[in-house]
Design a protein around this ligand. Structure first.
Ligand code: AKG
Length: 262
């Protein structure tokens, strides 16, 4: 089993969902030539970090976005890890990943578990309390959001049931892009999994973002990597590779959980 993936590395129109919806619609059409199995979008792709206006621009219960992505998923027969959106709920606004399958069904919502204080997320967003596990085409996958990758114990939690791919969606600032790369490569090596990660490019009033969307293999090899301009990054992930690496160095069998303070 393998997946052809397409990562939409985009600039985001600040606080302008309509412009971002149109941009994404055009990218689905562009990506079609590669016949992707999965399309990945970045974090908060419809609004950007326009946190002070979330009361006006967050999508109530995510309904409009689910409907929009669901139509594209069906039209192009593609699974979509639809980045994350600002989702307005009764309890506040969450930073929520939407996963929609080829039939247009919403198969997972994951809300960012670790809010990033350096960008004041905790003042405007509510944190999630659930995991990011889901199935696509019968394969168990995991999805997390940006700052979550700094928590190896959270990623390991997702990998214990033979999960073979970790999807990461982000708005990761340029000054720490070396952390982004190092963390993603480390998460791939230590969990012997594919890491498929989408970052945005461009800037907003507060930050410049670094791109470098990337596909890392279970041996830590770079399968594909973008620079810092808008593009669709494509590559293939082969689940048999994961089994091979896990057989060669069986870290999941060799763990000494009785020694760990987790
Ligand atoms: O951890 C970092 O340096 C960046 C995290 C971030 O930008 C985010 O979670 O939105």
């Amino acid at each position: 089993m393998s997946f052809q993936v397409a990562i939409v590395q985009m600039d985001i129109a600040f606080g302008n969902p309509e412009a971002n919806f149109q941009y994404v619609k055009d990218r689905f059409q562009q990506a079609e030539s590669n016949k992707p199995d999965v399309i990945l979008l970045p974090e908060l792709w419809s609004t950007g970090y326009d946190l002070t206006r979330l009361d006006k621009i967050a999508d109530p219960d995510g309904e409009k976005t689910v409907d929009f992505i669901s139509q594209l998923a069906k039209k192009y027969q593609v699974n979509v890890v639809a980045g994350s959106i600002a989702k307005a709920t009764d309890k506040g606004v969450s930073n929520t990943m939407l996963v929609i399958n080829r039939d247009g069904e919403l198969v997972k919502e994951y809300s960012k578990a670790h809010l990033f204080r350096l960008m004041s997320e905790e003042k405007f967003l509510i944190e999630g309390n659930g995991d990011g596990l889901f199935q696509l085409d019968g394969e168990l996958c995991a999805g997390v959001i940006c700052y979550d990758i700094r928590f190896p114990e959270w990623i390991r939690t997702h990998m214990l049931d033979d999960t073979k791919v970790l999807f990461v969606v982000a708005e990761w600032p340029k000054p720490r892009i070396d952390h982004w790369r190092a963390l993603l490569i480390s998460r791939a090596i230590e969990n012997q999994c594919y890491v498929v990660a989408c970052n945005r490019v461009g800037s907003d009033p507060n930050n410049e973002f670094g791109g470098h969307s990337i596909i890392v293999g279970p041996w830590g090899q770079i399968v594909a990597e973008a620079q810092d301009e808008e593009m669709i990054l494509t590559g293939e992930i082969d689940f048999a590779e994961v089994d091979k690496v896990r057989k060669t160095i069986p870290i999941f069998t060799d763990r000494r959980t009785e020694l760990y303070k987790l």
